[in-house]
Design a protein around this ligand. Sequence first.
Ligand SMILES: C[S@@+](CC[C@H](N)C(=O)[O-])C[C@H]1O[C@@H](n2cnc3c(N)ncnc32)[C@H](O)[C@@H]1O
Length: 210
Amino acid sequence: MNRERQLVGVNSYTRELGFYPLERIRVRAAQGQHGAWLDLCCGTGRALLQARPPTHRGGRRNRDPLVGVDLVDYFDPIPGTDLPVELVCASVTSWTPARRFDLITGVHGLHYVGDKLAALTGAASWLTDGGLLVADLDLASIRLPDGRPAGRALAGALRRAGFEYDPRQRRISRTGRQDLTLPYLYLGADDKAGPNYTNQPAVNSYYEPL
Ligand SMILES: C[S@@+](CC[C@H](N)C(=O)[O-])C[C@H]1O[C@@H](n2cnc3c(N)ncnc32)[C@H](O)[C@@H]1O
């Protein structure tokens, strides 16, 4: 499992996401917003640590941390005590942040999460107004009780809930926070589903449409 993507370069967030995450943060800060970044399923947290957020801004302590969450405590060490980076060992489906974020990323992490839709609705509620969520998501891994992919009906429900899905990149995104529920009941997950489009073993998630 590739847990060590860097911020930029060949094996990097910038390459996978198609944009430089810090540029997004800077734009938000320039708009008078905060500039906080949450990385779901962050792996080692290397990209966040390489972002090196300033400890102080405008003479004050920087209160916009970069936060990474991962199920496995396999984090790179945080250099110094002042760096505003937090790496949290928790499942993205049970953890809740105490703040909102201008950017939320999920780079090849949802493939391994059981309740993928809960992770998406949670992340939508943690955005700032105008904040951006971008995550790799293979819709084929979201299945109905009979094993068929939830397919177009799910894509439609996500679109109506304000998400955009790019089937070519297999990437989901949304702009702006919202508390929402999707009309699907989580039934469980299959962690023996085999490789997905990344050629890595992935998890299929099962839902009953409501
Ligand atoms: C392929 S790695 C990607 C790591 C990182 N985003 C990167 O690109 O370097 C997937 C990560 O998802 C994490 N993960 C799987 N299920 C999770 C969950 N329910 N909550 C949080 N992290 C999870 C794994 O521990 C692993 O570190």
